[in-house]
Ligand binder design. Structure first.
Ligand SMILES: [Mn+2]
Length: 197
């Protein structure tokens, strides 16, 4: 199988970002983004997705974390799409439920070729670890728009905000892993009756 890796640089006046991704990794991650709580969340994608990630960002966090979080989502989406390639032989769909103590989240993904995000997280707090939790929607919207994927995210239970969002990122990693797994019975076959994704 060809290597499923990508390296994407994205530079604007607000952020300068480099993302390196290996879809067939072991969950090795290195982050230097200036936003530690986001790093903690992206670590879940790497570990539970078995995706190697190396992400650096110099962003205008002296304003707030908004541009950094959104633009990392965009760049990660671009790198993911590039690394996935033509999608032949992959499972395409992925889903996961992940609990963490009282919290429970479900993430369902389709590498559909069409961007779409349905996200429902009834946060119990607006800020966690100094991080505005509404920015997570910007991260995921950036990702789906640039990876051309459909993502449904539901936090079903949870009292602690850290647990709520951590279960989302863990489930996202697990679901992503399923989408890109090679399905032996689909070898060389495009997982769509349209013949393209
Ligand atoms: Mn945690």
């Amino acid at each position: 199988m060809a290597e499923r890796k990508a390296r994407v640089e994205r530079n604007t006046l607000e952020t300068q970002i480099t993302v390196e991704i290996n879809l067939d990794g072991t969950g090795k991650a290195r982050f230097d983004t200036g936003v530690p709580f986001l790093d903690h969340m992206m670590d879940q994608i790497a570990r539970h997705g078995l995706i190697d990630l190396d992400i650096t960002c110099k962003g205008d966090t002296y304003i707030d974390d908004h541009h950094t979080v959104e633009d990392i989502g965009i760049t990660l989406g671009q790198a993911f799409k590039q690394a996935v390639g033509d999608k032949k032989g992959i499972r395409r769909y992925g889903h996961a439920y992940v609990p963490l103590d009282e919290a429970l989240s479900r993430v369902v993904i389709d590498l559909s070729g069409r961007p779409g995000l349905c996200m429902n997280i009834p946060y119990t707090r607006a800020v966690v670890g100094g991080f505005d939790v509404d920015l997570f929607e910007e991260f995921f919207r950036g990702f789906v728009n640039h990876s051309m994927t459909t993502v449904h995210i539901d936090n079903l239970k949870g009292k602690n905000t850290h647990h709520q969002i951590e279960t989302v990122y863990k489930a996202f990693g697990r679901a992503l892993r399923m989408t890109i797994e090679m399905d032996e019975r689909m070898a060389g076959i495009m997982p769509s009756t349209k013949g393209a994704l």
